[in-house]
Design a protein around this ligand. Structure first.
Ligand SMILES: *[C@@H]1O[C@H](CO)[C@@H](O)[C@H](O)[C@H]1NC(C)=O
Ligand SMILES: *[C@@H]1O[C@H](CO)[C@@H](O)[C@H](O)[C@H]1NC(C)=O
Ligand SMILES: *[C@@H]1O[C@H](CO)[C@@H](O)[C@H](O)[C@H]1NC(C)=O
Ligand SMILES: *[C@@H]1O[C@H](CO)[C@@H](O)[C@H](O)[C@H]1NC(C)=O
Ligand SMILES: *[C@@H]1O[C@H](CO)[C@@H](O)[C@H](O)[C@H]1NC(C)=O
Ligand SMILES: *[C@@H]1O[C@H](CO)[C@@H](O)[C@H](O)[C@H]1NC(C)=O
Length: 463
């Protein structure tokens, strides 16, 4: 890539993600900074005077839904329903699940931590956060040298630490602890590639940090780049990589972030990215937040050479569906499921609308020190339509994709974002900026150590 070593912060700072949104005329503030409400409220504002958002989405959804219903009935008969059984939880099958896993353990005595967890039977979205002070993260943002400033809350001055002592307790099973040695064993001789946006980078850094401390300095290496970074565990001949692809499909804003109006998504191609996915043994994807820059997106089929004029404007969920299908087609036509495992992390919730959990407007996730307790809490920063688009696309794929459905469990964690313990343009927030969470708090990304460690705990349990 030839860009190794340069700072990659410029690619996806929190404030570019939503820069779409209403661009305040005051240039003193980075663009997001005017972004205090949820994506959908903002969309309503932006499109004021046209059809109300809810009506549009109802229309879009009913079309999409009808189409899904129709095609699914057909594919249901012909395709395997691996995914379906994976994401459907049944209570009262725990006993059966235990029998099954015992069998598995007999076949494979080396992997001995499965006895309580069967990914086929346990719905990890169903559960609660349990506080346990004696649970310690495997690393800190000082011990792990690879954590971006964007996620290094304690290094950036956060003084309350309770957010690091919550464990996710699914209702129907126990999630096995993350064991670094086990992770390395499973990765021996393998290439694991995380690909997606800055939240996928959040997860990648968490994964690397959870294992790297067990490896002496001469037996590991890290090469950071703007778009591709590679951590190597030499003794294991294993790499854990990150490849930047915020929409998975190509766009004109992948590398040099453009303002939303100028963004064009090349929804029919993953070619520039897929080169870096080829040959991986384990692929872990995500894509969500970059799509949420407005009610509609400019999409392009064919070549950018056609210039600005060749694009089509699509409603966001429709564009998302087209883009995901392009990605899915690439997976289905390229990946041999006997050789490569594919994972997809669902949307990471955005907690910018403090009214969602009964706080005063504009505080966002600032000063939150406890998770939301309310069962099934679901804020406005996780778009259910987008989730159902993803659901639909994944269900129709030939290659089985393991869904890391982290949305619900992360929804509760309003206390675990970078908040004001973050950066802007490569420097820490000043005290004045810290005092202004409405404009400066990052309630999209997560502190490390923190919630992405739990995503990886779930990931490892499925690996
Ligand atoms: C809290 O964590 C410790 C250490 O992992 C564990 O031994 C203990 O059982 C946990 N307590 C509860 C109530 O889960
Ligand atoms: C290391 O892994 C790569 C594939 O990731 C393989 O091609 C190579 O032969 C392995 N080397 C050793 C020494 O095992
Ligand atoms: C794809 O890569 C080629 C060459 O590496 C480059 O010229 C082109 O602009 C890239 N396309 C996109 C959409 O990034
Ligand atoms: C995967 O393995 C199964 C069983 O060994 C075999 O029947 C199938 O053809 C293989 N699929 C591919 C794409 O190689
Ligand atoms: C933040 O929380 C602390 C402790 O609960 C409280 O004293 C302080 O007033 C809060 N700050 C704001 C701006 O709400
Ligand atoms: C993820 O879980 C939520 C419930 O928490 C569910 O509505 C959604 O369909 C699931 N998504 C996928 C892609 O499985």
């Amino acid at each position: 890539m030839g860009e190794e070593g340069s700072s990659h912060h410029s690619i996806a700072p929190a404030h570019t993600l939503y820069s779409t949104v209403e661009l305040n005329s005051s240039h003193a503030l980075p663009p997001t900074m005017s972004f205090a409400a949820s994506p959908s409220t903002i969309m309503m504002k932006t499109y004021r005077g046209k059809l109300p958002f809810s009506i549009i989405t109802v229309i879009v959804c009913s079309f999409a839904f009808l189409a899904l219903l129709y095609t699914e009935r057909i594919s249901f008969l012909s395709s395997s329903s691996t995914l379906k059984s994976k994401s459907c939880a049944r209570r009262g099958v725990v006993a059966k699940a235990k029998d099954k896993t015992t069998e598995k353990n007999l076949e494979n005595p080396e992997i001995d931590d499965r006895f309580e967890f069967d990914p086929e039977e346990c719905n990890i979205a169903n559960g609660k956060w349990v506080f346990n002070r004696s649970v310690k993260p495997l690393y800190t943002d000082r011990s792990c040298p690879y954590i971006d400033m964007q996620f290094a809350c304690v290094r950036n001055g956060r003084l309350d630490f309770d957010y690091r002592h919550w464990e996710w307790q699914p209702e129907d099973c126990n999630l096995p602890r993350f064991k670094p040695e086990l992770a390395l064993k499973k990765l021996r001789g393998k290439r694991l590639v995380f690909s997606g946006d800055s939240l996928q980078r959040n997860q990648w850094e968490s994964f690397v940090c959870m294992i790297e401390w067990t490896i002496p300095p001469e037996k590991k290496s890290m090469k950071r780049g703007r778009v591709r970074s590679v951590f190597t565990a030499k003794e294991y001949n294993a790499t854990i990589e990150f490849f930047w692809a915020p929409f998975l499909i190509e766009s004109n804003t992948d590398i040099n972030v453009l303002e939303p109006k100028k963004r064009i998504l090349k929804v029919d191609s993953v070619a520039n990215h897929s080169k870096h996915w080829e040959g991986a043994d384990i692929l872990a994807f995500n894509t969500y937040v970059w799509w949420m820059s407005g009610l509609r997106l400019k999409t392009l089929w064919g070549s950018f050479a056609n210039g600005e004029e060749g694009y089509t404007v699509l409603d966001t969920p429709v564009a998302y569906k087209v883009g995901l299908k392009t990605w899915a087609n690439w997976i289905d036509s390229t990946i041999n499921p006997n050789k490569t495992r594919v994972f997809f992390t669902t949307m990471s919730p955005i907690h910018t609308r403090s009214q969602d959990w009964g706080k005063e407007d504009g505080l966002k996730c600032f000063n939150e020190t406890k998770p939301v307790i309310k069962k099934k809490f679901w804020g406005s920063g996780s778009d259910k339509k987008m989730m159902s688009v993803l659901d639909g696309v994944l269900k129709k794929m030939k290659v089985p994709v393991t869904v890391l459905n982290i949305t619900q469990l992360s929804e509760y964690r309003i206390d675990a974002h970078s908040s004001i313990y973050t950066e802007t343009g490569g420097r820490l927030l000043t005290d004045e900026e810290k005092a202004d969470p409405r404009h400066y708090a990052d309630c999209i990304h997560w502190c490390l150590p923190g919630v992405p460690d739990i995503w990886n705990q779930i990931f490892l349990a499925h690996l």
